[in-house]
Every structure is written in C-alpha cells, then in structure tokens.
Write a protein that binds this ligand. Structure first.
Ligand code: 4AZ
Length: 248
C-alpha cells in the first residue's frame, strides 16, 4: 500500500475535501452521453483507480492497449488541463456476466503521480452500507450518443436523473434487475445515458457538497424512452471488492 493512500473506507479525513467528477467548464450542455473512461474514482497521487465498463475479452482487458485521458472535454483533444497516463493494471470483476450484465464493473490502475488540477479531481466512493434513496438527484456524464442510434457527442455531456426504487424499476423493465444493479432516470423520458456512455459515472452530491459515485452506466432498454430508466452498476455492492483490489 503506497504510504499516501488513505486507509479510510469512505472519502473523508486525509482525502481532499473537494471531490468532483472530472469535467471541464463549459461542459454543461443538457444532454445524455460518453465514451469509456469518463469515470475515475479516488485518485490520490499513487493510488489512482478508474472504473469503467469493459468487455473482458482478452484484447480489451490488456492494460498495454489502454491510455487514460483525464480532464478531457472534447473527445480525443487535449487541453491545458489534460493528463495522459498509461494503464498499469486492469481488473475485471470475476462475476461479470455478458448476458445479464451482472457484475458490470472493472478497475483500471493508472501509472502513479497523477497531477490533480481544477478539472481532474477524485470522486468519493460510498461506503458499502450507504443507501441512495429513491428520488435523489444524480448526474450522469459522458460522450455517448445524444439520440438513440446516433453519433457520439464531441464534447462531454451531462444530464440530471433521479434514483428509482428497484421494485418499481422491475415492473418497468423486461430484463431482470439484480441486487447489484441500480435504476435511475427520468420516467417521463427524454433524459438518459445511451450507447457509448457505459462505464461513466452516476454521481450524487451529499449535503456537505461531496460527490459520490453511486453507479456506473451499464445498460438500458433503448435510450430516454418513457418508463424505461437506465440501469447502473450499484457501486456500494462492489465497495469491498474495490478496496481489496486497490490494496487500501
Ligand atoms: C449502452 O449501450 C447503453 N439507456 C448504456 C445505457 C443505456 C442504454 C445503452 C441506458 O452503452
């Protein structure tokens, strides 16, 4: 365990008191959307970890084939705040199921000494016991399609959704929702994650202003349809696994 990795389970104490989802100014377009790697959690100089969504086929899970771009706004376009890091290690959750999309989470460990700046800052991990109540406001971000079947967004998009009760969600979705999944969306339709947003964050701000990653964009039945909320990996269910993998 690197000496400057905090031991605390949640984002507190020795961690920065400002935790934000990486996003550049000007990326406040109401939209839906993202490419892989829009989420990274809890980077302290030497314990940078990123969650994302990846198919655990061998060619995807090889660290050498990945670069992490942090602080990005326009896809593939670096700016004064962008940092680029090699990926040191990829850990795909052992329970990942390609059909049910259960266990849809993986971790990327980045090369150390990441420099934080105004656009690169850690997001907090919720404790395993944390409950995100139905109705709570959450934000999704990404570069995915802005209409179903459409092109990915050039610049990072964000949209506001709400946590939806799982029992209610099961009545709305055709496919099974496991206890490792979490629903969020706007039931009236029009706001959602879509193709290319997978792996991105579902972020919730607590009363003290800290931002927590409640979910990871995973799947849905279409995009932004009425009564078809998006489905997210429920991060609290993987909190202990994440801790074990990070070695903190
Ligand atoms: C996708 O394919 C995808 N409406 C992600 C999220 C949603 C749909 C599709 C949710 O990456």
């Amino acid at each position: 365990r690197p000496s400057n990795c905090p031991e605390s389970d949640t984002c507190s104490g020795s961690e920065p008191d400002r935790c934000e989802v990486q996003m550049n100014p000007g990326s406040d377009l109401e939209g839906r959307d993202g490419l892989l790697l829009s989420l990274w959690i809890r980077s302290r100089w030497r314990c940078t970890v990123l969650t994302f969504d990846l198919h655990p086929w061998r060619r995807h899970a090889v660290a050498d084939r990945w670069d992490a771009w942090l602080g990005l706004h326009a896809q593939g376009q670096s700016n004064q705040w962008t940092e680029r890091r090699k990926v040191k290690r990829i850990v795909v959750h052992p329970d990942y199921d390609r059909v049910s999309l259960d266990g849809d989470i993986a971790l990327m460990e980045l090369e150390p000494d990441l420099i934080l700046n105004q656009n690169i800052w850690p997001v907090c991990l919720p404790s395993a016991a944390h409950h995100f109540p139905a109705g709570q406001e959450a934000w999704i971000t990404g570069w995915g399609a802005t209409v179903e079947g459409g092109a990915s967004a050039r610049v990072l998009q964000k949209a506001r959704v709400r946590i939806i009760n799982s029992t209610v969600c099961r009545t709305l979705l055709r496919d099974p929702l496991s206890d490792q999944m979490l629903c969020a969306g706007v039931l009236a339709g029009g706001v959602d994650a879509c193709q290319g947003d997978s792996g991105g964050p579902l972020a919730v701000t607590n009363p003290s202003g800290r931002v927590f990653v409640a979910g990871v964009v995973s799947w849905g039945e279409g995009c932004a349809l009425r009564n078809k909320p998006g489905v997210y990996t429920r991060v609290t269910r993987f909190r202990l696994w994440i801790r074990d993998q990070m070695g903190v």
